[in-house]
Write a protein that binds this ligand. Structure first.
Ligand code: RIB
Length: 295
């Protein structure tokens, strides 16, 4: 079985679900509140594990109550946690998530995730060479991300970057990653472009995958732009859909599936993930994805 590493954030999600989002200065009554395990990095690791992959998490947590619970959750999901940086006197990352009209708004307080820095990554970089595919997002310091992407690319590793939250990326980073998976809002910021989707895809064939929600996933196959349609589901909560897509894509690529098929596999997994509330709650098993893939 291929070995996958995820480098990234681990957060406790504080989720409110409401019919009405408050305007500036307004108070509204919501429907429910719950805490759940999240963070784009941890979510991607959980998605890989649920899909049957062998996955190791690299990131940082505080030695606080949230940190312990977040680590226990990763262990429960059969994720290798040996290299997680557990820090005293630092709070674990938290995300405040509002779910309204089946869409979300998220504010992340990085806390310990800020310590997934160059110093930490220098201590684990040789270990990372043991993995076939390395998945990352952008809730850790950008200079740390650039440092490790450069190192892994020099060592010919398959690197999948989910560029969220979006920031403009220099051209050398874009050339060093193997695949990049922004959504239809993020790609303009990340590529620093005003070009439309088709023109942007043409610049990065077989590398740039733009997820467009119910409109499917678009990429350029070297000859033309292709759209892989999304499955039809009853949407409950889209939080974590991008994480599930990137993780499932990573596992499919690690298994040697062709790009078109890997995107299809990932898009089915992402579609299933939005049928339950919470980032990790709806992440599917291999069996449920395969069932739809073969139908
Ligand atoms: O992608 C969803 C995730 O974004 C949440 O779990 C939250 O923690 C933020 O990182």
């Amino acid at each position: 079985m291929a070995r996958i590493a995820v480098i990234g954030s681990i957060n406790m999600d504080l989720v409110v679900e409401t019919d009405k989002s408050p305007k500036k200065g307004e108070t509204v009554l919501g429907n429910q509140f719950f805490t759940s395990h999240g963070g784009k990095g941890a979510n991607q690791a959980v998605a890989v594990a649920r899909l049957g992959g062998s996955v190791t998490m690299f990131g940082s947590l505080g030695n606080d109550q949230n940190g312990k619970s977040l680590k226990d959750n990763l262990v429960l999901e059969s994720i290798e946690t040996t290299y997680i940086n557990m820090l005293d006197n630092v709070s674990s990352g938290v995300a405040v998530i509002e779910i309204c009209e089946k869409d979300n708004r998220i504010i992340v307080i990085p806390g310990a995730n800020q310590h997934t820095n160059i110093e930490y990554l220098s201590t684990v970089k040789e270990v990372l060479l043991n993995f076939d595919v390395i998945i990352m997002q952008m809730e850790i310091p950008i200079e740390a991300l650039q440092f490790i992407i450069k190192f892994l690319s020099e060592n010919k590793k398959v690197i999948i970057l989910n560029p969220a939250p979006a920031l403009p990326l220099p051209e050398d980073v874009l050339s060093q990653v193997t695949y990049i998976t922004p959504n239809e809002h993020e790609y303009k910021i990340v590529l620093n472009t005003s070009h439309d989707i088709e023109a942007s895809l043409r610049r990065y064939p077989n590398k740039l995958l733009i997820t467009c929600g119910e409109k499917g996933v678009k990429y350029h196959n070297g000859s033309n732009v292709e759209t892989i349609p999304s499955i039809k589901v009853d949407v409950v909560d889209t939080t974590g859909a991008g994480d599930t897509f990137t993780a499932a894509f990573g596992i499919a690529i690690s298994e040697g599936r062709p790009l078109h098929e890997a995107i299809r596999f990932a898009n089915i997994a992402a579609g299933l993930s939005i049928t339950k509330i919470g980032a990790q709650q709806g992440m599917p098993t291999r069996k449920s994805v395969t069932k739809l893939l073969d139908s």
